[in-house]
Structures are given as C-alpha cells and as structure tokens.
Design a protein around this ligand. Structure first.
Ligand code: ARG
Length: 483
C-alpha cells in the first residue's frame, strides 16, 4: 500500500485499521471546522518544540530549518485564505502537520518526535486563551474608563438609591457608576489570576506518561512566554494532569460568567432607567431599535441582548464542568468538546465589553477629539424621583439621634412623620416646622438642612460613601490604578 500516512483517514494511525471511517463518523469526530482558529498557537507551539529538539540534538539543524520554512509558508497560506483545511485530517494539528510534510518531506514527519496531540492540544488551548485573556483585560480597562467618564460628569447628580427596588436613600449618580467600576476591576483581577494558571506548559507530557526523549521542557516554556513574574518557566509538573485537565478553561469560564453577570446587572438598570416610567437616561439611538408596529418605541436591544447572552455564557460554564466531571485520567476525546463553549464564551464576552464601552462612554469623534454618544443623564428626572420617595427619612432619624434619641425610637418617630407626609401628599421637607415638632419637640429649623437631598448626600462623607467628596476621591484612585 502506498503510504503518505495522511492521505486517507483510515491510514492516519497505522496499518492496524482495516476499515475506513464512514463519512458520518468522520464528521462526528472531526474538529477542524472550529479548532482551526487555534492555528497560530499550533504553529507557535510546533516551532518552539522544533527549536528545542534541535538544541537538544534530537533534530538536525537542516530539518529544523526546513520546518521553519515550511511553517512560514503555511502561515502565509492561512493568512491569505489559501490553506486547504481537510475534514479528513480531523483537526488543526493534523492539517498543519500534513501540509508541512507535503512541503518539506521527512523533516515534517520528524516534528512530532516526543510529542502527542494530547499535550499539543492542551498547549494550544492554553496559549490561545492566555492571549485572549490579555485582550479581555484591556477591554475591561476600557469599560472601566468609560464608566469613570460618566461618573466624573455626574458626581453631583442625585438619584434615588434603591433597596428592594424601593426608594431608599439619595445617592450620587457618579457613585452608582463607580459600583460597576469596582465589579469590573475585580473581574479583571480574576482574569489575571486565571491567566497565571493558564500560562503553563503541557508539552513534554506526550500522550500521558512523559517521553523517553531528553526534552528541555523549560526551554520550550520560555520560548512560548510561559513564565511567571520573575521570568521563571512554568511547566505542568504531572504528565497525566497536563494532558487531561481543563480546569484553566473552566475557571476562565467562571470568571467570564461572573463578568457577564455584572454586565447583566448594568443592563437591567439601563433598561429600567430608559423606560418612560423612570426617564433617567438615554442611550444613543444606534444601540436601540424601533418597533414595526408601535411608532413611538425605542427599545434597548443592546442591553437586553447582553442580559440574554449572560445566560449562554453561564450555560457554557455548566457545559464545561459537566464535560470534565467523571473523566478518568488521562486524556479522553471528550475534551475535544471544550473548544466551542470556550470560543463562544470569549467571543461573546469580548463583543459585549466592546459594545458596552461605546454605549456607556461614547466613541471618539476624530475631528473634535471628543467622545460622543455615551449615556446622557436626565438629572432633573433623577432628582425628582429621589424627592418623591422619602429618601431622607434616615437623615431625619439620624438628626434625632444627634438630639439624644436612641436610634430605634428615632426610627419609629420618623415612621410617623412619613405617614403624615404621605397622607398630605408632600415630602418630609415640605412639612411645616410646627408639624414636625409634633413628632418630637427637639426638632429645630436646622432640620431642613438634613432633609434636603444634597444635605443627605454630603452627610455620607465616609470612605466608600456617596458624598461627592468621597466619590471624587474614588474616581481619582481608580483613574490612577488604570493609568
Ligand atoms: N482534536 C483533539 C482535541 O481537541 C486533539 C487531541 C486528540 N488526541 C487523541 N488522542 N485523539 O482534543
């Protein structure tokens, strides 16, 4: 039988197989349609492996040079869209290796010395994900900056803060935006943690047990930038674990799901704030759509979709956890199923973060150098809503505490005052002094200072509180951190 081992799938492994695969099984087992996007990592991993094989004297310099040339050609072919991906060759690894062998002959066949697709694919996914994490961290930085821009413009804008979606206390809109900056900064921290554990080298584990060739794994790790902060090479220390676990992908998905959960909370608020019943904000028309039947409508499609896409990212996390559950050591083909959920998680998260940066902060107008089209705020509507909900009731209680009342009694007293205000359909600050004094004789004229929204805001001048003073300090701290 003629033998280019890659010509027919039925002969790709050995002469052991007497039957060709059916087309259905080929389609079922092949992953090239989706894993071809790992091609850059696959080539980088192969070049690092070949360089080390040559340095160790396992591969001749001329074979090494041929492999380098071949990979250069393959890279150009893929970039030009001229590379022929073949389903018959199952996955990205076999496709590239087969083409290499076609281009450079025996040198191509020597590349796989001391290596298995099991440690190869684990390496590729880690390399790919590491670089995606770097992009995601940068996108998280952009979104935080966009939120900071909105915060800075709206430090003095007052809206009702809610608990149970009931008006609770007045807060600064800047403060509200900063809450999301905190969430996304923790998301970025989590991503960087995951990056540390992702950036470790499986190559050298071979199929599962390690290899008899004298490979220099640390050299390969260094070549691939799999190093820690001190520049020390990071190498998976157990061959069985190296080829089989996908915990790095799972914890990345967990971090991504959490980030999307934060996005979905922001989305929900944008949707609420945009509704006529709130009327707090507007977002640019390009993030909304109209209705085909109701001409007055502008629907917040982008925040709604982001809220919806959170479901699919959370679903991918569940998928990956379930994929890993109960797999015996070491590599199992199950793991080929890690890619689509992982890829979709990365794509969804990146697109969402990009679109949110623009929707929140606007986009740069090249001519004016100004950002345009971000969230615009209706300060009056926010303030009116805060004034409607007895948001300064706590301030009145605190005022009475200062006059010597125990807090629980002050709380009860204010409840009576609020009841009276509700029955007269006025705000607490609109009750005449004589009426307020009926609830407690120690109330003086100065009570109106604390009953104002601004007075309430300024009073919360504590680390992490909503006083404009504190909000400005936090904006400066976050800006310095992101600089
Ligand atoms: N396409 C496979 C995957 O994604 C590569 C590893 C296959 N290894 C094997 N022994 N069949 O996991």
């Amino acid at each position: 039988m003629p033998h280019n081992q890659f010509d027919k799938k039925s002969q790709a492994w050995s002469a052991l197989f007497s039957e060709p695969m059916s087309d259905l099984v080929k389609r079922y087992t092949s992953s090239v349609d989706f894993d071809k996007r790992l091609w850059q990592a696959d080539i980088a991993g192969s070049l690092a492996h070949a360089e080390m094989l040559a340095a160790q004297g396992i591969l001749s310099d001329s074979d090494h040079a041929a492999i380098q040339d071949g990979m250069r050609a393959i890279r150009s072919e893929i970039e030009a869209g001229a590379f022929q991906w073949k389903l018959d060759l199952e996955d990205v690894h076999l496709n590239i290796e087969a083409r290499l062998t076609q281009l450079v002959g025996d040198a191509g066949k020597r590349l796989h010395t001391g290596r298995s697709r099991n440690d190869q694919v684990a390496t590729d996914v880690r390399l790919w994900l590491r670089d995606e994490i770097d992009l995601i961290v940068a996108l998280l930085g952009d979104l935080q900056k966009a939120l900071l821009d909105v915060a800075e413009k709206n430090v003095e804008v007052i809206l009702p803060g809610f608990t149970h979606l009931q008006v609770a206390q007045p807060i600064s809109f800047g403060h509200h935006m900063l809450a999301y900056v905190e969430m996304f900064s923790r998301d970025a921290e989590r991503m960087l943690e995951v990056r540390r554990r992702t950036n470790r080298l499986p190559l050298g584990a071979a199929a599962l047990a390690g290899t008899g060739y004298p490979l220099d794994r640390e050299r390969v790790a260094k070549t691939l930038g799999m190093i820690d902060e001190q520049g020390r090479p990071q190498v998976c220390q157990n061959s069985l674990d190296a080829v089989s676990d996908r915990d790095f992908a799972i914890e990345f998905s967990a971090a991504a799901a959490l980030c999307m959960v934060h996005v979905s909370r922001l989305s929900e608020e944008l949707v609420l704030w945009m509704s006529q019943n709130f009327g707090f904000i507007r977002i640019s028309d390009r993030f909304t759509t109209g209705s085909s039947i109701m001409p007055q409508k502008k629907n917040p499609d982008v925040p709604e979709l982001a809220r919806g896409k959170t479901g699919r990212v959370v679903g991918h996390l569940m998928g990956l956890l379930t994929l890993m559950k109960g797999q015996p050591l070491a590599y199992n083909k199950d793991n080929q199923e890690d890619k689509e959920p992982l890829f979709d998680t990365v794509d969804t998260l990146k697109d969402t973060l990009r679109i949110f940066s623009e929707m929140v902060g606007g986009q740069l107008n090249a001519t004016t150098g100004e950002k345009e089209g971000g969230i615009s705020v209706n300060a009056q509507a926010m303030e009116q809503a805060a004034a409607r909900g007895y948001a300064t009731a706590t301030d009145l209680a605190d005022y009475l505490v200062k006059k010597g009342l125990p807090f629980r009694d002050a709380h009860e007293t204010v409840a009576h005052a609020v009841k009276a205000a509700i029955s007269h359909q006025v705000d607490l600050s609109e009750l005449p002094l004589a009426v307020l004094q009926q609830f407690n004789a120690s109330i003086g004229k100065d009570v109106y200072d604390v009953l104002s929204l601004r007075g309430s805001l300024n009073a919360r001048d504590i680390l992490g509180g909503t006083a404009p003073n504190q909000v400005r300090t936090q904006i400066a701290r976050q800006r310095a951190r992101l600089a």
